[in-house]
Write a protein that binds this ligand. Structure first.
Ligand code: AP5
Length: 186
């Protein structure tokens, strides 16, 4: 099973991806988590992306695509995965299509979470882990970037016929139940 989970900042991609990965016994790939880990370890990649992420902008497409390619090559991703935070531009989506084609693989579902802006801002401001991009100003920048650069990715997957969209409001368990109903069964 290979799934993309998609939505604006704060829509619950990471929260739901963890639960879906456990349910299907697949790996969870979060580009945001991988970048934050690289920053905290002070790697070359971390140094390259730190100020971009801090400002709420997007890391260059090729950097992200290379990271995803390197990651899904690892053995633990052979049994399937759910990707959260990628693709985030139409260019990344096209590069991912090409990458999967070279590997003779395909995506089973693209799951989009819908949450109103006010709820997104509320959730991100309430997050307790002190992310440097969770200030009100940077959250607004991230939402603008999402609308301009990331939302068009939905059209790309709608055309490919694997698009599923669910209401991302309510309790975490209610959303998880909706997600399972929208996804292909095991
Ligand atoms: P990334 O880490 O992907 O951040 P994001 O998209 O801004 O998403 P978040 O992690 O903030 O939210 P989420 O949707 O995962 O929700 P979560 O479950 O955490 O990316 C960070 C940065 O990295 C980007 O800005 C960019 O710079 C860079 N980057 C990453 N990927 C890239 C790419 N492909 N291309 C270019 N750049 C890239 O939930 C949020 C909060 O809400 C949590 O506190 C959670 O507990 C809470 N919550 C969740 N569900 C509920 C609920 N139902 N009710 C109430 N609270 C809830």
């Amino acid at each position: 099973m290979r799934i993309i989970i998609f939505g604006p900042p704060g829509s619950g991609k990471g929260t739901q991806a963890k639960k879906i990965a456990a349910h299907f016994n697949i790996s969870h790939l979060s580009t945001g988590n991988m970048f934050r880990e690289a920053i905290s370890q002070g790697t070359e990649l971390g140094k390259l992306v730190e100020s971009i992420i801090d400002q709420g902008h997007l890391v260059p497409d090729q950097t992200v695509v290379d990271l995803v390619e390197e990651t899904i090559d690892k053995e633990e991703y052979n049994g399937g995965y759910i990707i959260d935070g990628f693709p985030r531009t139409v260019e990344q989506a096209v590069a991912f299509d090409n990458l999967l084609e070279r590997r003779n693989e395909s995506i089973d579902a693209f799951l989009s979470l819908h949450v109103p802006d006010e709820e997104l801002v509320k959730r991100l401001l309430a997050r307790g882990e002190g992310r440097s991009d969770d200030t009100e100003e940077k959250i607004r920048t991230r939402l603008d970037v999402y609308k301009k650069e990331t939302a068009p990715v939905m059209d790309h997957y709608q055309q490919a016929g694997m698009f599923r969209s669910i209401d991302g409001t309510g309790t975490i368990d209610e959303i998880f139940e909706r997600a399972l109903s929208a996804l292909p069964s095991k």
